[in-house]
Design a protein around this ligand. Structure first.
Ligand code: BES
Ligand code: ZN
Ligand code: ZN
Length: 493
C-alpha cells in the first residue's frame, strides 16, 4: 500500500482522489476534519439515512461534484483498537472491490487521533486485508488488485502520525510476507527455497546471514535435524539471520527460533490422507520468524536478534528414521523416537540448543507443533509454555498490542517427567495423548536449559480454513508481528 500523511490544514479537497469519511452512530454526525463545504450536506445525509452509520457499511456518495465514501463506524463508545483494525480491513476490501485506487482518508472523522494504537491498528488492518493468495491458474495473473494510493489527512503532528501509520503498515507487511511463504505449495517451498527467501530478505537490509548446508549441519552435530532430514531427497538447511541493533556488542539479546518443516507427511508414523492436505503449513513458525525479521529490520530496535530456522521435509524413504530409533542431538541429550510424526520438537531441539550455544540471553520458539493445541484452543489463540514468567508476560502483552491472542499452559514437574521417561535414552519424543501440547513444548524446553524461554504453538492459529475480515483461507502469518513487537519491547526494558 502506498500512503502518505498530510496535515489537515494543507489538505486540498478539490484534489481528484475519492474522499473517505467515517460517521459514528452517536455524537457528532460529522466530525472535525472533513472539508468545510461537505459538512452540511453530509450532516443532512447522515441524519436522513441513519442506517449509513451502521458499523462496517460503506457507501458511495457524490456531493458538490466530489466523490465520497461514507464509512459507518457504529457506536463511538465501542471504538477500540480492534474496531479500528476491523474497519481498516473492511475499508481496504471495499476499495479493492470497487476498484478505487486513489483515496483521501480523513483520519479525524474515524477518530484515529484517539490514540496511537487506533491509527496503528487501522493501518495494520488495511495492510492485512490487502493480502491475496497467489494462484497458479492459467490465463489469470495472481495478485491482480491494483494497490491503493492512500493520502491520510491527519490532525496533529503529521510526522508522528506518519511514524505510527508506517509501523502499522510494516506489521501488516511482515505478516503478509509470512502468509505468502506458508501458502506457497511445498513443491515450490523446499528448505533450499526457504533459505533463498531468507538470503533475499537479508540482502534487502544488508543483514548478516548464514545458511548451513547438509555437510555443515552434520559437522555441527545437529543430529536431530539430520535424523528427520534423512528421509527426504531434499537437503535440509539451517538458517541463521541476524539483526544487530547494538552493533557494539557481540551478545545476542534474544533468539527467535522457527520450525521450518516445509512438508510433514508424518514419516513412518504416517498421517492420514486428510491430515496431510495442509501440511505445507508446517513451516509456519519459520515464516513467522522471517516476517518478524522484516518488521525488525524496518523498526531497527536496539536489540541484537538471531533468527534461527532449522528446515527440512518429513518424508519416507529407505533411510528415514523409524519408530524406536534412538538419536543424538546438538544439546547432547539422546532421544528415543517413539513417533516419527513428532518431528518438529526434534529439529527445534537443535535450533534451541544452537541458540544456547551462541549465548542467546532469551529464546522464543514458534512452531506448528501439535494437533492437541488445535483441540485445546482452535484457531483463536496460540498456546504457550515457558520457564520464565517475565518473558511470558512480555510476549503475551506484545500479542495483545498486535491483535494476537496467546494462552499460557502450565509447566509442572509432572509434565516434564513424562518427557524424560525412556528405558534407552534421556528423552522420548512422544509421551502420549495427555497434555500433548504441554509435553511437546517442554521437550523443547529441555534444550533451553536455564535460559529464559517461551514456546509458542501456532498449529491452530497458523492456518485458517475459512476467510476472516483480516485474512483469506490459508496461512495466517500468526506471531510474525507479535515476535517483532516482543523484540521491540526488549529495547524499552
Ligand atoms: N505438524 C504437526 C502438528 C500439526 C497438526 C500442525 C495439525 C498443524 C495441524 C506435528 O509435527 C505433529 O504431527 N504432531 C503430532 C505429535 C504427536 C505424534 C505426539 C500430533 O500433534 O499429532
Ligand atoms: Zn509431524
Ligand atoms: Zn510437523
Amino acid at each position: 500500500m502506498n500512503y502518505s500523511l498530510i496535515n489537515e490544514e494543507d489538505s486540498n479537497p478539490a484534489a481528484e482522489s475519492v474522499i473517505v469519511a467515517g460517521v459514528f452512530n452517536d455524537g457528532e454526525a460529522v466530525r472535525p476534519g472533513v472539508p468545510e463545504d461537505l459538512k452540511e450536506p453530509l450532516a443532512k445525509l447522515a441524519e436522513r439515512h441513519g442506517r449509513w452509520h451502521r458499523k462496517g457499511q460503506f457507501h458511495f456518495v457524490s456531493l458538490n461534484d466530489t466523490d465520497l465514501i461514507i464509512a459507518g463506524l457504529g457506536e463511538e463508545d465501542a471504538w477500540t483498537e480492534r474496531a479500528a483494525e476491523e474497519t481498516g480491513a473492511a475499508l481496504q476490501r471495499f476499495l479493492m472491490r470497487e476498484h478505487v485506487t486513489e483515496t483521501r482518508l480523513y483520519c479525524s472523522s474515524f477518530a484515529l487521533n484517539k490514540s496511537e494504537g487506533h491509527l496503528k491498528s487501522f493501518a495494520r488492518g488495511m495492510t492485512l486485508a490487502s493480502y491475496e493468495v497467489d494462484t497458479y491458474k492459467t490465463g489469470r495473473k495472481s495478485g491482480q488488485s491494483r494497490p491503493v494510493e492512500l493520502q491520510a489527512v491527519y490532525a496533529g503532528d503529521p510526522e508522528k502520525g506518519e511514524r505510527v501509520f508506517r509501523s502499522g503498515v510494516i506489521q501488516g507487511t511482515g505478516t503478509n510476507e509470512a502468509r505468502r511463504l506458508i501458502n506457497t505449495p511445498a513443491n515450490y517451498m523446499t528448505p533450499t527455497v526457504l533459505a533463498e527467501e531468507a538470503v533475499r530478505l537479508a540482502g534487502e537490509y544488508e543483514a548478516e546471514i548464514e545458511v548451513f548446508d547438509e555437510e555443515r549441519i552434520e559437522a555441527a552435530g545437529m543430529h536431530a535435524l539430520m535424523a528427520v532430514a534423512k528421509g527426504s531427497e531434499e537437503p535440509p538447511r539451517f538458517i541463521v539471520l541476524k539483526h544487530r541493533g547494538r552493533p557494539d556488542s557481540d551478545e545476542w539479546d534474544t533468539a527467535l527460533v522457527g520450525k521450518g518443516l516445509t512438508y510433514d507427511s508424518g514419516g513412518y508414523s504416517l498421517k492420514t490422507r486428510d491430515g496431510m492436505k495442509t501440511m505445507k503449513m508446517d513451516m509456519g513458525g519459520a515464516a513467522a520468524v522471517l516476517g518478524a525479521m522484516r518488521i525488525i529490520f524496518e523498526e531497527k530496535p536496539k536489540v541484537n536478534v538471531a533468527a534461527i530456522i532449522p528446515s527440512t521435509e518429513n518424508l519416507i524413504n529407505g533411510k528415514a528414521m523409524k519408530p524406536g530409533d534412538v538419536i543424538q542431538s546438538l544439546g547432547g541429550k539422546t532421544i528415543e523416537v517413539l513417533n516419527t510424526d513428532a518431528e518438529g520438537r526434534l529439529i527445534l531441539a537443535d535450533g534451541v540448543a544452537y541458540a544456547n550455544q551462541i549465548g542467546a540471553k532469551s529464546i522464543i520458539d514458534t512452531a506448528t507443533l501439535t494437533g492437541a493445541v488445535v483441540v485445546a484452543l482452535g484457531d483463536t489463540a496460540t498456546g504457550a509454555v515457558t520457564n520464565n514468567e517475565d518473558l511470558m508476560s512480555l510476549v503475551i502483552s506484545a500479542g495483545d498490542r498486535s491483535g494476537e491472542r496467546i494462552w499460557a499452559f502450565p509447566n509442572d514437574k509432572a509434565y516434564r517427567e513424562k518427557v524424560r521417561k525412556s528405558d534407552v535414552a534421556d528423552l522420548n519424543n512422544s509421551p502420549g495423548r495427555q497434555a500433548g501440547s504441554i509435553t511437546a513444548g517442554l521437550f523443547i524446553g529441555e534444550f533451553a536449559g536455564d535460559t529464559p524461554w517461551v514456546h509458542l504453538d501456532i498449529a491452530g492459529t497458523g492456518w485458517q480454513e475459512g476467510k476472516t475480515s483480516l485474512c483469506p483461507r490459508g496461512g495466517t502469518g500468526s506471531m510474525a508481528r507479535t515476535l517483532a513487537e516482543a523484540v521491540c519491547r526488549m529495547e524499552e526494558k
